[in-house]
Write a protein that binds this ligand. Structure first.
Ligand code: SF4
Ligand code: SF4
Length: 333
């Protein structure tokens, strides 16, 4: 992490509550057809990205409000043409940038992204043709690996495989860990979240989840480059309640320009904070809406993405665990 951003993030964690991360879904479109996600079913047919001047202004406001991280996900962010310009601006403002992608368009887009992406999160549920089947996207695994090599050749940014575990890929855990080791990239696992009416059949029950994450913990102990902390993996294994700090740490901008405390698809009754251009991010930390969202969502527990597990419960202790984990892996891989 850039040193100044690291310092400002540390101050944001120990100081009064304020958001540090700007999550942005630049589009609701996607070029995969994943069996466990209904995003692509309802996607718009045309380019739905907001105008670049609005995004650049948002980034300026976010930075002025003390935010230190800009993360784009989706939908599929690599479908958005001006994305490199947005990332370049965030980088220039001193923010840490993260892109989460299926990797389908990475071979073509890696050259434009490489200079301004600090962390690339590559979604991967299986090795080889199984990945194409699970995401119903022919050629995906081949394109993802080519894009990974292209990105690594051009960028000093970290690459982390994000692997969503469910009954569809229960048997792939060790293969994915081996791939991460061979490619010398990080790896974070997480249990699939429930999208009611869509993926009930795939989500682990309590026993299955315990078994799978015990296996992940064992692989981490054997030296595979699994970058989830032991704490986060224990949380995933046990299924115990945790304190979610996401609403304290982040604001999410939806592809339509609404700002939320979290993901309205997972929390259907979540009302937006307001609209892009109308919500003042600088005065936002003192608002009642922010205070109420923090209180309400602290006990949400509806998902356990790696970033959520890495920030669960005590923020300060988690930050220290993350630092230790990072230096440990930097010195081993
Ligand atoms: S790539 Fe992501 S957004 Fe697209 S269909 Fe798959 S899980 Fe959903
Ligand atoms: S647990 Fe709930 S509030 Fe926390 S990140 Fe997941 S969906 Fe959002």
């Amino acid at each position: 992490m850039k040193l100044r951003a690291l310092f400002r993030t540390g101050m944001g964690i120990i100081g009064p509550a304020r958001p540090l991360i700007l999550y942005h879904k630049p589009t609701a479109r996607c070029d995969c057809r994943c069996k466990f996600c209904d995003f692509w079913v309802h996607q718009p047919q045309q380019d739905d990205a907001l105008p670049t001047e609005k995004i650049l202004s948002l980034l300026g406001q976010a930075r002025a409000a003390g935010m230190t991280m800009y993360t784009v996900w989706g939908g599929e962010p690599l479908l958005v043409e001006p994305l490199p310009e947005w990332l370049g601006r965030a980088s220039k403002l001193g923010m840490m940038t993260t892109v989460c992608t299926s990797g389908f368009r990475l071979p073509e887009r890696a050259p434009e992204l490489a200079a301004n992406v600090n962390q690339l999160l590559l979604s991967l549920e299986a090795v080889g043709a199984r990945q194409d089947q699970i995401r119903a996207t022919p050629g995906l695994f081949d394109r993802l690996t080519r894009g990974l090599h292209e990105f690594k050749r051009r960028s000093k940014g970290d690459v982390i495989i994000w692997s969503n575990l469910s009954r569809a890929n229960r048997d792939q855990v060790e293969e994915i860990a081996r791939l991460a080791k061979d490619e010398k990239v990080g790896l974070e696992f997480f249990p699939m979240s429930l999208y009611p009416g869509y993926n009930e059949k795939l989500v682990f029950d309590h026993r299955e989840r315990g078994e799978v994450f015990s296996e992940v913990l064992a692989l981490k102990r054997r030296g595979y480059p699994i970058s989830n902390t032991f704490y986060a993996l224990e949380l995933m294994r046990s299924g115990r309640p945790f304190q979610c700090n996401l609403a304290r740490l982040a604001v999410q901008v939806d592809s339509n320009g609404d700002l939320y405390a979290c993901e309205p698809r997972v929390i259907p009754d979540l009302a937006p904070y307001g609209r892009l251009g109308e919500l003042d991010l600088k005065s936002f930390p003192a608002s009642e809406a922010y205070r109420q969202a923090r209180m309400r969502l602290a006990s949400c527990n509806a998902c356990l993405l790696p970033c959520v597990a890495n920030m669960a419960d005590s923020l300060l202790l988690q930050a220290l665990r993350r630092l230790f984990n990072r230096f440990y892996y930097r010195s081993h891989f």
